[in-house]
Design a protein around this ligand. Structure first.
Ligand code: ZN
Length: 181
C-alpha cells in the first residue's frame, strides 16, 4: 500500500502536459531536418504576437497562427520553435525534441527553442507559465534530449532582436543555467 502511494506521488510530481501537434491541429512539416540529442543549449523566446493566451482553446489558436506565420508567410518548413508554452500552463509541441528549428541563428541545430507565448517587454509571464517552462526543460533533460549541463540564453543573445522581451529576459538571467555568450 505504501509502495502504491509512493508510485502515485512520483507519477504526479511533474504536472507537465505537452499538447501534441495532432491535438492542436498542426499541418505536417514540409521537411524534417533531424537533430542530434542531447542538445547543449536552450533558447528562450516570446511570441510578441500573438498575445498571451489563457485557455487551451486560445492557445491552440495561437499555435495555428504562429504556424501560419512561419510556414505560409515566411515559407519555412514548419513552425520555427521546438515548443511553446501557453498562459494556460500547457506546453505545446512545435518541431519537438529532435528536429532542427528555425528560431535563433547559430543555435538552430543544437538547441531547444521555447516560445513563451505573449509579449514580455512590459510584463512577466505568470508563475504558472514560467513553471511550465522549467518543467519542460527538466523533462527534456530527463529524456536525454537536453544536456544536463545545458546553457540557457535569450534570443537577443543570438541576434539583434527585442525577443524574449525586457522583462522575461531579465527573469531568465537569474536562472541557474543562464549563460553569457
Ligand atoms: Zn525569439
Amino acid at each position: 500500500m505504501y509502495l502504491l502511494l509512493l508510485l502515485t506521488v512520483l507519477g504526479t510530481t511533474h504536472g507537465l502536459d505537452i499538447v501534441s501537434r495532432d491535438e492542436w491541429g498542426a499541418r505536417a512539416p514540409i521537411y524534417v531536418d533531424p537533430m542530434s540529442n542531447p542538445v547543449p543549449y536552450v533558447v528562450i523566446h516570446h511570441s510578441a504576437e500573438p498575445a498571451v493566451c489563457y485557455t487551451k482553446e486560445d492557445c491552440i489558436e495561437a499555435m495555428q497562427t504562429m504556424q501560419d506565420m512561419h510556414q505560409i508567410d515566411n515559407g519555412w518548413v514548419d513552425i520555427g520553435y521546438s515548443f511553446a508554452v501557453g498562459g494556460d500552463g500547457n506546453a505545446y509541441e512545435g518541431r519537438g525534441w529532435s528536429a532542427v528549428g528555425a528560431h535563433a541563428p547559430g543555435y538552430n541545430d543544437r538547441s531547444i527553442g521555447i516560445c513563451v507565448i505573449g509579449n514580455w517587454m512590459e510584463a512577466l509571464p505568470s508563475e504558472q507559465q514560467l513553471q511550465t517552462v522549467h518543467e519542460l526543460i527538466a523533462y527534456g533533460v530527463e529524456l536525454g534530449m537536453i544536456s544536463g549541463s545545458y546553457g540557457l540564453i535569450g534570443h537577443r543573445q543570438a541576434k539583434e532582436t527585442l525577443c524574449p522581451g525586457d522583462q522575461l529576459y531579465e527573469e531568465i538571467t537569474t536562472w541557474e543555467h543562464y549563460i553569457q555568450v
